[in-house]
Write a new protein. Structure first.
Length: 482
């Protein structure tokens, strides 16, 4: 069997390709992770996208990789040699497809990775034409981006379309959060350490917070984002995936089937939020103009240049109805144009059951474990200690700090290389997509029925006051980075 791999990026001149996929492949090339014979086939729908392609790509790559030491002229020249460009309108079955078949040598048993960086509306036709041109063999994998669909029914229909041409094992649904090294480290923390294993449930844990805050606004993705909003863009996938990794039972092995089946159990155990609880358990927000890092930035509607009720911020309180997590609240939060870019998981432990110290010794705060995925990558455990400078009994919180110092790895590179190797462990199974939407859909429907406008928040803040209220009602607060 051949070991040669061709990577085809449909929509190869689009934003995702230029910002994420090509830089990731460039890094893989630089690191020597791509086989010598691996080719990268870039397809574009419009001829002018391919005019002076390498000049345009070279300067973009240089700017996306700026600050890293990977861009060198020599590496760029050898990387360019791998790239084949092709004009191809995926929905037209004509000689363009035949040309692709010639390039890929349809008769061969080469491994092929097809990355569909194209609108979901053309996934089906693209897969069908791949199949009709003899380009799907048992070594062909198709990679698709989140969010898959905009609700359960549309996601199922996309999955059904792809399933006609690719078996489930060869469908790689990407969620780049799973490719982050710190997310892998979360698994190591949980499943390679006895001390946490013993404490990882509602007997010791008071609540969990998972926050992904972003400082960016729309970044030019106006029409995409306004259709989608933060719940579909971030919660249905990234936040629920992180929640699964925090909450799942230890898998028997770290292989795709074992991990995915544990994650599905968590998603299925998520307690549906009832319409009457929406007001207490969910908050949607939208940013208005504000000051961010000393600069005034426009509000969402100004960036959009129109009216919209789409949410750019979501906060949720949810529960997982199983033995381990019974009645432990999980607070999820994400938003754009917030004060600081940060993704972190906070495990807040319960207070000690009985105090042996006099009041005068000071507070005994509950232990807190912080797992920060970005910008800094760190794990911190706050404990209470005796103040060693004081002769008397004086307690103080101290933090055990494991700081990984600089960001590690590139999530897209990691996941693309897994797709090339044929390891689906860090990709999403169809059943996970279905279960996630099944939990999200009633929230979307309820918001739509109530026609509630989003709460406004100033750019550069930590979100709307209603989100603070959501957690304050429970006698808790959000732990904000910084
Ligand atoms: C993407 C969302 O999936 O994740 C974007 O579509 C968001 O809206 C991005 O900005 C955040 O990813 P990261 O890795 O920068 O936190």
């Amino acid at each position: 069997m051949s070991n040669k791999t061709d990577i085809v990026i449909f929509g190869g001149t689009g934003d995702l390709s230029e910002r994420k996929l090509i830089p990731a492949l460039f890094r893989a090339h630089q690191a020597g992770s791509l086989q010598t014979e691996c080719r990268i086939i870039i397809t574009a729908r419009q001829a002018n996208d391919l005019e002076n392609y390498f000049d345009k790509l070279g300067s973009k790559l240089e700017s996306y990789l700026s600050g890293e030491d990977v861009f060198s002229q020599e590496v760029w020249e050898s990387f360019k040699a791998r790239i084949v460009t092709l004009l191809l309108d995926v929905s037209c079955d004509d000689e363009q497809w035949q040309e692709l078949a010639n390039i890929l040598d349809a008769e061969s048993d080469h491994h092929r990775v097809y990355y569909l960086a194209i609108p979901p509306g053309v996934f089906s036709v693209c897969c069908r034409l791949l199949s009709e041109h003899g380009l799907c063999n048992e070594n062909s994998r198709v990679v698709v981006e989140k969010p898959l669909g905009y609700d359960e029914a549309s996601a199922e229909s996309i999955n059904e379309d792809i399933a006609q041409f690719f078996p489930e094992n060869n469908i790689y649904r990407i969620d780049h959060y799973l490719g982050k090294e710190t997310v892998q480290n979360l698994l190591a923390l949980r499943f390679a350490n006895q001390i946490f294993a013993q404490l990882w449930d509602g007997r010791a844990i008071d609540h969990v917070q998972i926050s992904i805050s972003e400082t960016v606004g729309l970044e030019g993705r106006v029409s995409f984002y306004d259709e989608v909003g933060a719940l579909r863009d971030m919660v249905q996938n990234h936040l629920l995936q992180l929640l699964c990794l925090v909450a799942m039972e230890p898998p028997n092995k770290l292989d795709a089937n074992s991990i995915r089946s544990e994650k599905i159990k968590v998603l299925e155990a998520l307690r549906p939020i009832l319409p009457e609880d929406m007001g207490q358990q969910t908050v949607r927000g939208q940013y208005v103009a504000g000051e961010q890092s000393g600069e005034m930035v426009p509000g969402y509607l100004e960036e959009l240049n129109g009216g919209s009720e789409t949410e750019t911020f979501v906060a949720l309180k949810c529960f997982i109805d199983n033995w381990r997590w019974s009645e432990v609240p999980f607070y999820l939060r994400t938003g754009k144009r917030l004060k600081q870019r940060c993704a972190e998981i906070i495990i807040q432990f319960k207070t000690i059951p009985h105090r042996v110290y006099e009041e005068s010794a000071g507070n005994i705060d509950p232990n807190r474990l912080v797992i920060r995925l970005q910008e800094e990558e760190l794990i911190q455990l706050t404990i209470t200690s005796k103040n060693m400078q004081s002769m008397g009994v004086e307690l103080e919180p101290v933090t055990l700090n494991l700081n990984y110092n600089k960001p590690h790895g590139d999530a897209y590179m990691r996941l693309l290389m897994d797709a090339v190797k044929g390891d689906p462990a860090l990709f999403i199974h169809r059943d996970e997509v279905r279960s996630a939407w099944r939990w999200i859909d009633p929230i979307i429907n309820s918001w739509a029925e109530k026609k509630q406008s989003p709460h406004l928040y100033r750019a550069g803040s930590w979100g709307p006051e209603a989100a603070n209220e959501l957690i304050r009602r429970d006698g808790r607060i959000w732990f904000n980075a910084g």
